[in-house]
Design a protein around this ligand. Structure first.
Ligand SMILES: *[C@@H]1O[C@H](CO)[C@@H](O)[C@H](O)[C@H]1NC(C)=O
Length: 180
């Protein structure tokens, strides 16, 4: 009798395990619309154009329309009132990075919500793993940062333009990074 109950338990836990396995291996219930994937891929390609890890790589983004002249931007809760102010900050940060690091790399991920089938406009939550090597040779990995970004198609420029960029580093700039 006790054996019987024990066997039943094993049988039912086997069934539960089988159900769980079939759930995990089943085709995803949510398949992304093509526009969403396009917006995510675009955003990941944009990150290296904005990430100020040299004194020059990010400059074009402030001139070619990628960043809207009326952009709403914030970094770690600090609001910028104009694109020029944002650029000034980027300039200071890039100078600090260039003077203190040998390299500073980012591996971006994106989760987007497109508002049109082509993914020309929408919202993106971006996150990036970061790592760097100081001029002294110390290597830091597992830094992280994230941004909420609004994207709007500009019909005049015929391209996606970033109208909002709210970035949060958690905790700000990673505790062990050389400038924290
Ligand atoms: C800047 O970042 C990009 C993307 O992570 C990376 O490929 C490149 O090596 C970095 N350059 C420097 C100088 O850190």
């Amino acid at each position: 009798m006790f054996n019987h109950i024990a066997n039943m338990r094993i049988a039912s836990s086997k069934t539960a395990a089988a159900i769980l396995l079939s759930l995990i291996s089943a085709t995803p219930v949510y398949s992304k619309p093509a526009g969403t994937t396009a917006l995510e891929e675009w955003f990941k390609s944009v990150v290296p154009q904005i990430f100020p890890n040299s004194t020059t790589n990010w400059q074009a983004a402030f001139e070619n329309g990628l960043l809207d002249p009326k952009i709403k931007a914030a970094l770690n809760g600090r609001d910028f009132t104009s694109l020029a102010e944002m650029r000034g900050y980027w300039s200071a940060v890039s100078a600090q990075i260039a003077s203190r690091t040998e390299y500073y790399i980012t591996e971006p991920e994106a989760f987007a919500f497109a508002t049109d089938p082509e993914g020309r406009s929408g919202y993106v939550i971006g996150a990036a793993k970061t790592s760097l090597k100081t001029k002294q040779g110390d290597v830091y990995t597992d830094g992280g940062s994230s941004a909420f970004v609004s994207v709007a198609w500009n019909t005049e420029l015929q391209k996606r333009v970033i109208t909002e960029w709210k970035e949060v580093n958690t905790p700000p700039n990673y505790p062990n990074y050389p400038w924290s």
